[in-house]
Design a protein around this ligand. Structure first.
Ligand code: C2E
Ligand code: CA
Ligand code: CA
Length: 701
């Protein structure tokens, strides 16, 4: 119930936060102002208006209880900075106002404290509160003060960087511009004052041109060029944006048609559609009629939708995307990373290309943020590719950014580094000389496994991954490096209890292998890339914080590949115990052999399945047996080592071994001399209890 309604215990208090109702606030503020002496006020008054950006998202992500908790917290913070004698209200849902007797300096400090505390609120989501502030020394009506604070707020509304804004009169003039813009817009469209610019997009790997984005400019006869940042938000508010977008779409189609007719080169052009357009009935039909009017191939167009459209409604957005897909349009998610949508939301939306905006990801305020941005970026790029999306980065201004993007697998780039948005004529010239490349590489899935399903927590694939397979990991392999993307619980169990998923995900997987084992592993990957079949190997690894190395048998299967990276699915089994047991046996066998040399013991191994017998050195030397005796025990009977009268008994012993008898012991007269020997067998079984081999010995009594 939070956010949208206010239930008051009485008309003067908001029951959730305990702040004043708006009516009470107005009256009490007015009373304070009126009681002050004739407009001369010490220090002055301040009125702050607070609005939480996309508060609905907090409710959606964490539940209304969390939402309510946060509103209560907000109320506490607001009264805390207001200090004694302040008056605070929750105007409605997530909007608050604070009135206090303070000057600008003190307000500055308070606002910083407030922002700091909100930033530290313990939710895994960055809560942004924008504020408009009006400071005055004049006596005026409470509503007036609030209007101005709201006006100051509306200028920075939705701004991630600028969190608060002080009202000044020039801003008021700018706001009047809004009405002016609205009054001029229709005539401007008819007068063709809106002009489309093109910003090229490049593949940073080879510098080839891969596409362009159409960006509108308003060439006002008196004011000069008005940037879209000024008029687009106004058009989005008043609904005119849909008309403008269709106009731009028409202009772009006309331009592509001209290019084709002139025999010029062409690359796809991305056209923006606003979140408002999605609600226009049959928007896709209208676009299609425009495209057909110019007979433009659909693969030369791309449609950019903004991430914020997700917040407005996944259903509506999906309907439009579906229709566009049916007509074979490629859909780009614009400004990815700007809002909360995250990869989570992507599961529900059928997109083709993700457009990452660097300004949302790599904030250059603080060094630590920058790093953080880089990490987010590399994860997003990797996951996006994995999910089968192409990625393009925009807002790329520096070579280092482009190189970094390339290093994490994002090669498509739009930004001032390569080119600014330019008029059609310049863009046409550029096209003539540019090296072209049309394809944006995406991860091509090899296996029949559906990658999308893999990220769906309810899918069969996830179920299998989590529950029905042994230790499994999905990782990316590129230029000799491995990066785990997803591991299941059994993987951790196989490796050993002391690790957490984070630990393993964060570690450098090949760092646990020495050079020899690394080579074994990489060779296997290379084999798997070539064969596209399952390949296997065994490696010894030393995990950090673990004294003993462990031996892991891995079988890998290539499931996806892009230009420079490969996606693998690997099953692992910790075979350290088996290996150790084997070593132990070998060790004991050695000791035993040594001992048998001292006493009169002959010793051999009998392989149940193949009926091969492996004699000890002494058997070979004294009884002239070959290294391997096939079809045992027949040759030994033929040679008279086991004389004719014990032949059947001896054959019977081997049947008993086959039938699973564990220990057999008997006395037999051996060789032509009929010397009595104690003959013993100990059988070894596999994990299913099937006898695999028996260790035989004959000791002179
Ligand atoms: P957008 O779609 O995110 O467009 C990218 C903006 O980033 C453009 O601003 C572009 O000029 C700017 N930009 C490109 N490279 C760089 C760079 O390296 N550094 C920086 N700092 N900026 C860069 P622009 O042209 O001012 O457009 C602003 C916004 O207006 C666009 O953001 C888009 O949301 C909107 N817009 C522009 N044209 C249209 C249109 O035809 N229809 C709709 N609905 N919106 C449009
Ligand atoms: Ca765009
Ligand atoms: Ca963008």
């Amino acid at each position: 119930m939070s956010g949208n309604n206010i239930t008051s215990t009485n008309n003067r208090t908001d029951s959730l936060t305990g702040l004043k109702s708006y009516a009470a606030f107005r009256q009490e503020v007015q009373a304070v102002i009126d009681s002050d002496e004739q407009g001369i006020v010490n220090g002055g008054y301040v009125l702050i208006y607070f609005d939480i950006m996309r508060f609905k998202v907090i409710n959606d992500l964490f539940g209304t209880q969390e939402g309510d908790n946060f509103l209560v917290f907000m109320a506490q913070q607001i009264t805390a900075i207001g200090g004694k004698g302040c008056i605070a209200t929750r105007i409605n849902s997530d909007r608050f106002a604070l009135f206090a007797k303070k000057g600008r300096e003190e307000t500055d400090r308070d606002v910083q404290t407030f922002l700091q505390n909100v930033a530290e609120y313990p939710l895994p989501y960055e809560i942004i509160c924008n504020m408009g502030i009006y400071v005055t020394k004049r006596v005026m009506k409470a509503e007036f003060m609030l209007d101005r604070a709201i006006l100051a707020y509306s200028i920075i509304k939705g701004d991630y960087v600028k969190r608060y804004n002080y009202y000044d009169s020039s801003q008021r003039d700018a706001m009047l511009g809004e009405q002016e813009i609205t009054s001029m817009m229709r005539a401007a469209l008819a007068d063709r004052q809106f002009v489309v610019y093109y910003q090229p997009q490049y593949n940073h790997t080879d510098g080839s041109l891969v596409g362009a984005e159409a960006l509108v400019r308003w060439k006002h006869p008196k004011r000069g060029i008005i940037p879209p940042g000024v008029f687009i938000p106004i058009f989005e508010k008043n609904g005119f944006i849909t008309e403008l977008d269709l106009y731009v779409f028409d202009e772009v189609c006309a331009f592509i048609r001209r290019s084709i007719d002139h025999g010029n080169k062409t690359v796809p052009i991305s056209v923006n559609i606003s979140r408002r357009d999605i609600y226009k009935p049959d928007i896709v039909g209208v676009m299609e009629s425009i495209r057909q009017k110019y007979d433009v191939p659909v693969d030369l167009l791309r449609i950019e939708v903004t991430e914020s459209a997700i917040i407005d409604g996944v259903q509506q957005l999906n309907d439009v995307i579906d229709q566009l897909h049916k007509k074979h349009y490629i859909i780009e998610m614009d400004d990815f990373g700007s809002a909360y949508s995250s990869l989570n939301a992507l599961k529900n939306i059928d997109l083709d290309i993700l457009k990452l905006d660097l300004k949302f990801l790599a904030d250059d305020k603080k060094e630590s943020d920058k790093k953080h941005g880089g990490i987010i970026l590399s994860h997003v790029v990797r996951m996006a590719k994995w999910l089968g999306f192409s990625v393009i980065a925009e807002g790329v201004e520096h070579m280092e950014q482009a190189d970094y993007l390339l290093s994490i697998g994002c090669c498509n780039i739009q930004g001032f580094l390569y080119a600014r948005p330019m008029p059609e004529s310049d863009y046409t010239d550029l096209l003539k000389t540019a090296q072209l490349s049309k394809t944006m590489p995406a991860m091509h899935l090899i296996s029949t496994m559906d990658a999308d399903n893999f990220w769906d927590p309810k899918s069969l694939e996830t179920l299998i991954f989590n529950n029905y397979v042994g230790g499994a990991v999905i990782f990316e392999y590129r230029s000799g490096d491995i990066e785990p993307l997803r591991i299941n619980k059994k993987y951790i169990r196989e490796i050993g209890g002391q690790f957490t998923e984070d630990h393993i995900m964060a570690s450098e997987p090949l760092g646990m292998l020495d050079d020899l084992n690394k080579k074994i592993y990489i060779d296997m990957l290379e084999r798997a890339i070539k064969s596209e079949q399952e390949e296997e190997c065994e490696t010894w690894r030393t995990y950090e914080g673990c004294k003993e190395p462990i031996c892991v048998r891995s079988s890998v299967q290539l499931i996806g590949k892009s230009v420079d990276s490969y996606l693998f699915y690997a099953m692992i089994r910790n075979i350290t115990a088996e290996k150790k047991a084997m070593e132990e046996i070998i060790h004991r066998e050695k000791l035993f052999r040594a001992a048998s040399e001292q006493v009169n013991i002959y010793y051999w191994e009998y392989d149940v399945k193949t009926k091969n017998m492996y004699p000890c050195f002494r058997c070979i030397r004294d009884l002239h047996l070959p290294d391997v005796v096939c079809n045992y025990p027949e040759p030994a009977i033929e040679m008279g080592i086991f004389p004719i009268e014990v032949a059947d008994e001896y054959r019977e012993i081997h049947k008993r071994i086959e039938n699973g008898e564990k220990e057999i012991e008997t006395v037999m007269p051996l060789t032509a001399a009929r010397v009595p020997f104690k003959v013993r067998y100990t059988t070894e079984f596999d994990e299913n209890g099937v006898p695999i081999r028996a260790y035989g010995s004959a000791a002179k009594i």
